[in-house]
Design a protein around this ligand. Structure first.
Ligand code: 5RP
Length: 222
């Protein structure tokens, strides 16, 4: 058997996620290369939506180019049924690190407006302990120095991501060297630092289901 490359795994997990989408629904859509595959597969399967709510300009542009209507959260009367997004790391409790694509704040906001969060990844994203992938933090620019002090006091090594400004107009600090054994506690602690807009730990709102693609197929973790 040939080993599927990472792109083939992204397409496989994207197809599995399409099967979770109800036609005619309002769907929350994340950001990243796996989500790009998901959007393409959704269109290829001709799944019609009432509307999509996007976590980024990037995904909104892709959705609209394929004929989907993209609306804002103000259009919702109640939480939408489903949000689908990728992750940079995911542990067995379905806590994640996200934000490699710099969309973490909007991703948290859109996820918070959904009843169910499905995370779509290939198996390379599964970890025992979160933190090998540098933790993205969106910050107010003037707060970079004190936020960096606070992060160093927590044992991390903060590096401002060069040349990146989020859709919200803020820089990103990537924190290296963390071993996040208690994701809820660390997410909560980082949120308390003045100047932090959002951090990339998704533990207070973890995924409800992870679809994980590997050479053996797509596994469902919950
Ligand atoms: C963007 C994200 C993405 O979900 C994450 O970076 C995974 O991306 P990819 O599917 O390209 O590996 O959090 O902010």
């Amino acid at each position: 058997m040939t080993i599927p490359d990472q792109q083939a795994l992204k397409i496989a997990v994207a197809r599995a996620a399409v099967a979770e989408v109800s036609a005619g629904s309002i769907l929350g859509v994340g950001t990243g290369s796996t989500v790009d595959c998901f959007i393409d597969e959704l269109a290829r399967a001709r799944v019609g939506l009432k509307a999509a709510i996007s976590s980024s300009r990037r995904s909104a542009a892709r959705l609209e180019s394929l004929g989907y209507r993209v609306v804002g959260l103000e259009s919702l009367q109640a939480p939408m049924d489903l949000y689908i997004d990728g992750a940079d790391e995911i542990n067995s409790a379905l806590c994640m690190i996200k934000g490699g694509g710099a969309a973490l704040t909007q991703e948290k906001i859109v996820a918070s407006a959904a009843k169910r969060f499905i995370c779509i990844v290939d198996a390379s994203k599964r970890v025992e302990v979160l933190g090998k992938f540098p933790l993205p933090i969106e910050v107010i620019e003037s707060a970079i120095t004190p936020v960096s002090w606070a992060i160093r006091a927590m044992g991390g090594d903060p590096v401002v991501r060069p040349g990146v400004i989020t859709d919200n107009g803020h820089p990103i600090i990537d924190v290296h060297g963390l071993s996040i054994t208690d994701p809820v506690a660390m997410e909560t602690a980082i949120n308390q630092i003045p100047g932090v807009v959002a951090n990339g730990i998704f533990a207070l709102r973890r995924a409800d289901l992870a679809l994980v693609a590997s050479a053996q197929g797509v596994a469902r973790l919950q």
